[in-house]
Write a protein that binds this ligand. Structure first.
Ligand SMILES: [Zn+2]
Length: 65
């Protein structure tokens, strides 16, 4: 087969291109949908953390001088 990343002709059974090191098969190990879900969870955590920090800041500015 031919590596889709660098175009090198590699063995059909090869899992990784010997030249560029990229996996020859589709990302079956880490499905795209799963990684998207994980990324979304991280985004939610970051947004919640920012909201909590803003609330804490507002509380401190409002009640503690
Ligand atoms: Zn390659």
């Amino acid at each position: 087969m031919i590596c889709r990343y660098c175009g090198t002709d590699i063995a059909d059974k090869a899992l990784i291109c010997y030249k560029c090191g990229n996996a020859t098969t589709e990302a079956r190990i880490v499905p795209p949908s799963r990684s998207h879900k994980k990324r979304r969870q991280v985004t939610v955590v970051v947004v919640v953390a920012i909201i909590v920090l803003l609330l804490l800041l507002a509380w401190r500015l409002g009640f503690v001088r």
